[in-house]
Structure formats: structure tokens, C-alpha cells
Ligand binder design. Structure first.
Ligand code: HGY
Ligand code: MN
Ligand code: MN
Length: 436
């Protein structure tokens, strides 16, 4: 189990750094990083400061085109893969070596912040631009990636990273994700200019040397601790899914209470049951984020309710115990309220520990910039957990002001945004030297 935040002593003597060697010998361009973050923040279906850039939407496509334009300017080959991931690759001096990879996701939740995902993508392209500007070629190729549909707003999450990891089955493309209207996922991808028929080409068939994702913490730990850099110890496991409740719509005035099969009354108890499965012995956190009522009319007893559930834990046993507990509670509620309650879990994403080699490189990099670090678990899910089968993974966090995220007031001080990008660049340079 990951312990709570443990402030690490700031050791300013970086064992890998000669005294005359500035960290990494190459630096990010802070002005370019911040202006590109502003450029991306403006590509949204909603007015600022909220950012709405749902996967495969016109706004997502526009942002992908901007990334594609930034790619060649840094001497990197840049392309969009069949499902919509944007990838840029900067050559290394030893073509036999697998790439060092960094990146995050370009899509957002509706009305979200301008940093969740986007910060790690812009910083990844900044790494390539900084290496190119310094004429610096590492031994490993350096690959930047902007994954698509990490958030899972219009279809089950992590589509892009699952495609890359070979975990996206083609039959999923023919399903009609609830939020995508009547279109299949395949049709949605085609409408966004992707080629779902070539899904197999999205898979990375070679391992990666390491994958390092830079991301805002989205929680309060670093901000409250006054610490600039989070060294992520593990990414939480997730169990998402839907609950369908089917009762009987009826007249709100003439139907006696004793004769009702009220789907919304049952749903209210299911929402509380979702809350009840987190806590001691259960999962870490649990949420119902979406609830649709039918027919959703004031004078009709609700006949049907669809809702989502989202359970999280860094302990896979507690995650599955919480799901079993929820199913049991839902069945009891269905029987008592005389409605049909169906719990449809999505495949779980397992908790993933960060690789010790990557964690140590992040610590050394932060120390070389004189930045204190804190070790913590990620309560948010991330693409790096999905691609962990391709090679060693790790994450770098920077503070989220007030711990706010998935909200238009998401923010991080520019000083910390620059610090995170510098530590990312130095981490990759360190791994280029230290990976076996
Ligand atoms: O939901 C999550 O944890 C991530 O922000 N997609
Ligand atoms: Mn998110
Ligand atoms: Mn994210």
C-alpha cells in the first residue's frame, strides 16, 4: 500500500550531475510553453475559462491539427494514428533503442479545466522543441503522444491508450456508446477523420524504453504541502459502469403509492448505496456522476433511470469487494422497490505502481532543479497506467491550486508549470543515460 505523503529530504547534490553541467544541458522555453497552453485553452466548444474538447469533436480535431503543425517545426515526424492519437517522434542517435515516450490526453471533460491532459501534451511537444532548439540528440528516440478519449465522455475511457497497448477490441467499435447518440463508435471516429478499419495499425508492437506522463495532481496534497513536484508512486485502479433501473411510468396523481414501481425512488437509494461501498474495508472513493431519468416529466412517476458509477482504489481486492457489495445492495433495493435493477460493470483498470527506475529519475531531476518532491498515489486514472505493459512507467505531478480539477477554475501557478516541464525534460535526459 502506498503510504501518505512523505516529504523527502531535498538533496541538492545530484549524483549524476557534474558541477558545470546545467540540469540536462538543455532547457525548456517557458514563454513558448505558457503561450501554447493559452493557445490550446482557446480551442473549446465553451467560452473560457472552461474548456470543452470532447474526443472526436470538431474542437478536438482542431487541437489535433495544431499539434500536428507544431510537430514538424521541431524536426519531428508527426502523424495521427487510425483512432486519433497524435504522435511526434524525434530521432535518437542509436536507432536500435526503443523510444522514450511522454505525453497525456488532448480531450477534456465538458466544462473542464485547461490543464488536465493538455499540460502533459504541450509539455511533451515542448521537450521535442527544446531538444531541437539545442541541437541535442539523445541515444533514444523521443516520442510525444496525445492520446484520444482518456476521459471517456462519449465512449468507454482510454480508447487511444488502449489501442496503442493492443487492448481495444474491434467489436467495441461497433457498440453504440450511450453518450454518442445513435452512432456507433466506428461512425463517430470516421466522422472525425479517423480510420477505425485500420485499428491494428494503432498498436505499438515494440516496447518503449519508458513512458513518463506529466500531469496536474487534480487533488489537494501538493498544494496544501507547498511542494512543487509530486513523484507518483501508483495510479489508482478504477471500476466504472452503469446501473439501469426499470420500473413503471404512471400518472403522478392517480397512482397510489402502494402501487408504484418508481424507478427514481429506487435510484435515490442506489446513489446512496454507491456512496456506502467506499470507506473502511471498501474502496477509496465512489461516485455517481451521471443520472438520466425517463420520461423526466413533472407529473409522471419515473419509469426508468440510467446512472453511472465510478469506484476507485489502489488495492484491487478492495475494488472488487466494493463492486460485489454494490451489486448485492442494488439487488436488495430492486426487490424492495419492485423494480428491475441491473448493474453493468465496465472492465476494471487495475492499479499500477510506478516503476522505481522512473521514480528515482524523477527525484534526481527535481533535485537537480532544486525542487522539493513528495511521493503520493494518484486518485485520478491516467493513460500511463494503460500503457504500463509496454515498458516502465512513471508520472510527475505539479500542484493543483485548491485541489480543483474537472472544473473551469482548475489552475496551477506558472512557476510550477515551468518547474514540471523542466523536471520532465531532465527526467528523460536522465533516463536516456541511466536506463540499462
Ligand atoms: O477520471 C479520471 O480519473 C481521469 O481524469 N480521466
Ligand atoms: Mn480528467
Ligand atoms: Mn487527465
Amino acid at each position: 500500500m502506498v503510504t501518505g505523503p512523505v516529504p523527502l529530504p531535498v538533496d541538492r547534490t545530484d549524483p549524476l550531475r557534474r558541477s558545470d553541467d546545467p540540469p540536462a544541458g538543455v532547457d525548456v522555453d517557458g514563454g513558448r510553453l505558457l503561450s501554447r497552453l493559452d493557445e490550446m485553452a482557446a480551442i473549446s466548444a465553451t467560452p473560457g475559462p472552461a474548456v470543452t474538447r470532447v474526443a472526436w469533436s470538431p474542437e478536438w480535431r482542431a487541437a489535433a491539427e495544431v499539434l500536428h503543425d507544431w510537430g514538424p517545426r521541431v524536426g519531428a515526424r508527426c502523424w495521427m494514428d487510425p483512432v486519433g492519437n497524435v504522435i511526434a517522434e524525434y530521432p535518437g542517435s542509436d536507432s536500435r533503442l526503443p523510444p522514450l515516450v511522454t505525453g497525456s490526453h488532448l480531450d477534456t471533460v465538458p466544462g473542464g479545466g485547461h490543464l488536465d491532459g493538455t499540460y502533459g501534451v504541450v509539455a511533451a511537444w515542448e521537450v521535442l522543441a527544446s531538444l531541437a532548439a539545442a541541437g541535442r540528440v539523445l541515444r533514444h528516440p523521443v516520442r510525444a503522444v496525445a492520446f484520444v478519449n482518456e476521459e471517456g465522455v462519449v465512449a468507454p475511457p482510454y480508447t487511444g491508450s488502449r489501442a496503442v497497448a493492443g487492448l481495444l477490441e474491434s467489436d467495441e467499435l461497433d457498440q453504440q456508446p450511450s453518450a454518442a447518440g445513435s452512432r456507433s463508435l466506428r461512425a463517430l471516429l470516421e466522422s472525425a477523420g479517423c480510420q477505425p478499419a485500420a485499428l491494428d495499425r494503432a498498436r505499438w508492437t515494440q516496447p518503449v524504453a519508458a513512458f513518463v506522463e506529466l500531469h496536474v495532481e487534480q487533488g489537494p496534497v501538493l498544494d496544501q504541502g507547498g511542494v512543487s513536484i509530486g513523484v507518483v508512486a501508483a495510479v489508482t485502479g478504477q471500476q466504472r459502469g452503469r446501473v439501469r433501473i426499470r420500473g413503471q411510468a404512471n400518472h403522478a396523481g392517480t397512482t397510489p403509492i402502494s402501487m408504484r414501481h418508481d424507478a427514481l425512488v429506487a435510484a435515490a437509494e442506489v446513489v446512496l448505496a454507491v456512496r456506502a461501498v467506499s470507506g473502511p474495508g471498501g474502496c477509496d472513493v465512489s461516485t455517481v456522476g451521471r443520472l438520466d431519468v425517463g420520461p423526466n416529466v413533472a407529473n409522471v412517476v419515473p419509469g426508468e433511470v440510467d446512472m453511472t458509477f465510478d469506484l476507485r482504489s489502489t488495492d484491487p481486492r478492495r475494488l472488487s469487494a466494493a463492486l460485489s457489495d454494490l451489486v448485492r445492495r442494488a439487488e436488495q433495493i430492486g426487490a424492495a422497490r419492485r423494480v428491475e435493477v441491473t448493474v453493468d460493470p465496465l472492465p476494471p483498470t487495475a492499479p499500477v505502481p510506478a516503476d522505481p527506475l522512473v521514480r528515482e529519475a524523477v527525484r534526481r531531476a527535481a533535485t537537480s532543479h532544486g525542487l522539493p518532491t513528495l511521493s503520493l498515489a494518484s486518485g485520478a486514472g491516467h493513460d500511463c497506467a494503460i500503457v504500463a505493459g509496454l515498458g516502465p512507467v512513471g508520472m510527475i505531478f505539479v500542484p493543483s491550486t485548491g485541489g480543483i480539477s474537472h472544473h473551469c477554475s482548475e489552475s496551477t501557478p506558472p512557476r510550477d508549470l515551468l518547474g514540471g516541464a523542466r523536471v520532465l525534460l531532465s527526467t528523460l535526459v536522465d533516463l536516456d543515460r541511466t536506463l540499462p
